[in-house]
Structures are given as structure tokens and as C-alpha cells.
Design a protein around this ligand. Structure first.
Ligand code: ATR
Length: 273
């Protein structure tokens, strides 16, 4: 019998995950389907019950459920417990096991560009579920320091505490304080969801240069204002789609226990723009 997968979140209509996974199924002739399922904030429990009823085989989790989803897992992979957020779930006869593929998905394009994370001072904008995975990634790769800026400073402080616990030198600042500080960092990451609302970016990129890495995890639009500004400064730009692809490939491999068809998935992803 064919297998069914989904991505849950809100908003979800813009999600490219169905395109990416469906392309992989076609490429490998797998009898599987993948749907986008909108579950509003506050309705996660009922949403998961309905997924169990239709015997979903696995699902991805996105905004705003990545942290809350932890409560509904029966088993938790190490990747998931470290980050405290989940983006990939396997359903084995009603037993839900959570994974987090965001950290490796995030690191992959940085490593591909041979950027030396160990000597880098990092600025991270945002302190949600995705930001936690990113902090864990920089801790794993032993970044020199991380500064976390967030609209809600308490959440930035919580993330600093988390970073310090996993031996990453960290401090927090407010969005107002961050405005003109871009030049102090080697790697600048936008992990807020701000591009989703198509608002302008949170920080001026004055003073950065062609060695500065600017990474936006927002992938819709492909070319966010943040990345456009970075390109004007000749910075090394990493697109949100690259992380999306990285995490999708790892999720595919968890669900199907076989190598993911990278090129077909990338082509499908970029075709969606
Ligand atoms: P994800 O799982 O993708 O990280 P999330 O947990 O909902 O999503 O986090 C969204 C991030 O975007 C948060 O850092 C949020 O800031 P707050 O913690 O202050 O809510 C940030 N964000 C969303 N909309 C924003 C806005 N209009 N201005 C500034 N930050 C915003």
C-alpha cells in the first residue's frame, strides 16, 4: 500500500515541501504522496489526532508548531531533544517519533562553501524553533561567538542560556540595538519569519564586505530584501531554499531509509519559484 506524508503549519499554502518530496517519489517510482495540511496555532492536538486517524506515515512540522509538537511525541531522537524542537515525525502504528533535520540542513550549504565557522562571530536574528537548531549547529561547529537579537528579548535570553549550556559563547541584544552592528560579524543569519510577511529586513548591512556570509532562512521570496541588500555589498549569500533542501533530504532519508535524489529535489524546489 502507498505511503502518505504531510507538512503541517500555518501559513502552509506557500510550502514547497510537497513539490520537493513528490519529485523524489516520481524520480524513484515510489508509491507515495505528500500533502500540505493547515493546522492553526492552538489546534495542534486535534490536528495530530486527525493525522493519526488517516494513518499518516510521517510529517514535517513548520511555523508555528515546531516547539509545541515536542509535547505530542512518544519517542524523541537525539537531534530533537538537543534542539527542543521538531521538524520531522515518523508515525509507526500510532507511535510518533520526532527528529530535527534543521540543524544539518542549515549547516550543509555553509560547509559546501567551505566557510570557516570556527573563526566566526555570528549574528543571529530571531529566537524561535529554527533559531534553536541554528544555535545547536554553530555550537557543534564551534563558532567563536554568537549574538542573538530578537523582538522578544526574553526568548533571546533563553536561547543564550541554551547556547552556553552547549558550550557556545553567546549574548543577546534587542532588535533596536542591532540596527547598525552588521560590520562586527562574519556570519549574519536571519531566522525570523519576517520575509513571510514581505516586510523589510531588520538590520542595515552597512559595513559588511565580500567575506561576510549573509544567510536568510526565509525561502519565499527566493530573493528576500535581506539577501538583495547583502548582494549589493558583494557578501557571500546563502538562500533559504538551500536549508529547506538540506532538511528535506535528511527527512526523506529518515522516512524511506534510502539515499534521496538530490538533483530531482533541487530542481522541483527551484521550479516552484
Ligand atoms: P520558527 O520555528 O521558524 O523559528 P517561530 O518559532 O514562530 O518560527 O519564530 C519566529 C521568529 O520570527 C521569532 O524570533 C519572532 O520574534 P518573537 O520571538 O519576538 O515573536 C520573529 N518574528 C516574527 N515576526 C516578526 C516581526 N514582525 N518582527 C520581528 N521579529 C519577528
Amino acid at each position: 500500500m502507498g505511503k502518505t506524508f504531510a507538512v503541517i503549519g500555518d501559513p502552509i499554502n506557500h510550502s514547497l515541501s510537497p513539490n520537493i518530496h513528490s519529485a523524489a517519489f516520481r524520480e524513484l517510482n515510489l508509491d507515495c504522496s505528500y500533502i500540505a495540511y493547515r493546522i492553526p496555532k492552538g489546534e495542534l492536538e486535534e490536528g495530530i489526532e486527525s493525522l493519526k486517524k488517516i494513518k499518516i506515515d510521517g510529517f514535517n512540522v513548520t511555523i508555528p508548531h515546531k516547539i509545541e509538537m515536542m509535547k505530542y511525541l512518544d519517542k524523541i531522537d537525539e537531534s530533537c531533544s538537543l534542539i527542543g524542537a521538531v521538524n520531522t515525525v515518523v508515525n509507526n502504528d500510532g507511535i510518533l517519533k520526532g527528529y530535527n533535520t534543521d540543524m544539518e540542513g542549515f549547516l550543509e550549504p555553509i560547509k559546501k562553501k567551505k566557510i570557516n565557522i570556527a573563526d566566526s562571530n555570528v549574528l543571529l536574528l530571531g529566537a524561535g524553533g529554527a533559531a534553536r537548531a541554528i544555535v545547536a549547529g554553530f555550537a557543534k561547529e564551534k563558532a567563536k561567538s554568537i549574538t542573538i537579537a530578537n523582538r522578544t528579548i526574553e526568548k533571546a535570553n533563553d536561547l543564550v542560556e541554551f547556547a552556553q549550556k552547549i558550550s557556545l559563547n553567546a549574548n543577546s541584544i534587542t532588535i533596536e540595538q542591532v540596527k547598525d552592528t552588521a560590520k562586527n560579524y562574519n556570519i549574519i543569519v536571519n531566522a525570523t519569519s519576517i520575509g513571510l510577511q514581505n516586510e523589510s529586513s531588520l538590520i542595515s548591512l552597512d559595513g559588511i564586505n565580500d567575506k561576510t556570509v549573509v544567510y536568510d532562512i526565509v525561502y519565499m521570496p527566493l530573493n528576500t530584501d535581506f539577501l538583495k541588500k547583502a548582494k549589493e555589498k558583494n557578501a557571500i549569500v546563502i538562500f533559504g531554499y538551500e536549508m529547506l533542501l538540506g532538511q528535506a533530504i535528511r527527512a526523506f532519508e529518515i522516512w524511506h531509509s534510502m539515499e534521496a535524489p538530490y538533483n530531482a529535489m533541487k530542481k522541483a524546489l527551484l521550479g516552484g519559484f
